[in-house]
Design a protein around this ligand. Structure first.
Ligand SMILES: Nc1ncnc2c1ncn2[C@@H]1O[C@H](COP(=O)(O)OP(=O)(O)OP(=O)(O)O)[C@@H](O)[C@H]1O
Length: 348
């Protein structure tokens, strides 16, 4: 298991800072997910760590040895990293077995055949050993790519959207498998530090010890998933982690008056934004409640969703599972309860 550290790393591509001064310390054995909207610099950060692109400024170290700076670059093949990148697709002219053997043979691994066989078994593709990549489904190819990345026991594995082409049940399987392999939960497979790029919050929440949320080439929050979920640093982080309702407006003399009630803020604040998750709004009266009119009701099977009109015409979503059973109907005026702890307030 290897440590990775980035210090004030900048990477300019075609005159634009794709990565704009990121610093990060990743401990041996940690699984880190880079999460962020499209174009925020996740893939470039991973490519910098892999040595595929060179920083214009700053330093990258692996196990306390500098591997990248503006003037010095250890080539990717000398970093002994496992890659699972779209650009490093399976070799089309090699069978599945030969693909997994590739890295093992470079390392002159003693029991390469046995180890490749074991990796194929663990990733559930032993029966495809003699097949060629173009005869495999997307999901099968991703399993083989995972086996190939981890087979040489690299101690550090970089993955760029490793489950991008998988449907939800297969994605959940692959998440579990990836974490168990990185954690070394299988005998004779050494644990590894994992750095994974994803734009899927569920992937990140499930797999990561820590999530690095990126925006505009910078890391805007780096913390444990539950911390990020409970204390998001900005509206962007709230949105990345799941659906949310919001309302923004002026603050007058420290009072933020919203359709769901008044909130006391600092006197110096001029404007604010309130956010709340759809499933945190529950029908019911009482102290912290507000009234809204139901404008639509959708049944998604295991959940039901309401669109509700606030007093100023703003539409919010409410998610639950018993609205229909409780007789709610479009046009009804309904009271909704809020727990003040679920309200996220951001000042501009
Ligand atoms: N080869 C390139 N040529 C020009 N611009 C590039 C290149 N690679 C990246 N960029 C730009 O750098 C920025 C960061 O790109 P990057 O691929 O790192 O983002 P990302 O967060 O991984 O996005 P996505 O989730 O869409 O893959 C983007 O604005 C992108 O357009």
């Amino acid at each position: 298991m290897r440590s990775v550290s980035l210090s004030d790393v900048v990477c300019t591509i075609q005159g634009k800072n794709a990565v704009n001064g990121i610093s990060l310390n990743i401990k041996p054995g940690e699984i880190i997910c880079f999460l962020g909207p499209s174009g925020c610099g996740k893939t470039t950060s991973l490519r910098l760590i892999g040595g595929i692109v060179t920083p214009n400024n700053g330093e990258i170290s692996i196990d306390d040895e500098i591997v990248s700076s503006a003037s010095f670059q250890v080539p990717p093949e000398d970093r002994h990293i496992g890659f699972l990148f779209q650009d490093f697709a399976l070799f089309p002219h090699l069978s599945v077995m030969q693909n997994v053997l590739f890295g093992l043979n470079i390392q002159k691994h003693e029991d390469a055949d046995a180890r490749a066989g074991r990796m194929l078994a663990l990733t559930g593709v032993s029966h495809l050993a003699e097949r060629y990549p173009d005869t495999l489904s997307g999901g099968e190819q991703q399993r083989v790519a995972l086996a190939r990345a981890i087979a040489p026991a690299p101690g550090l594995v970089l993955m760029d959207e490793p489950f991008s082409n998988l449907d939800p049940p297969l994605r959940a399987d692959m998440r579990r498998l990836t974490v168990s392999l990185l954690r070394g939960e299988h005998s004779d497979i050494s644990p590894a530090t994992g750095i994974i790029v994803t734009h899927d919050a569920v992937d990140a929440m499930y797999m990561a010890d820590k999530i690095a949320v990126m925006s505009g080439g910078q890391i805007v929050q780096f913390d444990k998933p539950d911390q990020i979920y409970e204390n998001p640093a900005s509206p962007l982080v709230v949105k990345l982690l799941g659906a949310s309702n919001e309302w923004a407006g002026a603050v007058n003399n420290g009072v933020f008056s919203t359709p769901i009630g008044d909130f006391q803020l600092d006197n110096s604040v001029a404007s604010a934004r309130l956010m709340i998750r759809p499933y945190h709004l529950k029908p019911g009266g009482g102290e912290n409640s507000f009234t809204a009119r139901l404008s639509s009701l959708r049944n998604h099977g295991n959940t039901q969703a309401l669109d509700v009109l606030l007093s100023d015409g703003t539409i919010w979503e409410v998610v639950g599972n018993d609205f229909i059973e409780n007789g709610l109907q479009i046009g009804d005026e309904v009271k909704f309860q809020i727990n003040p702890e679920d309200v996220m307030l951001f000042t501009d």
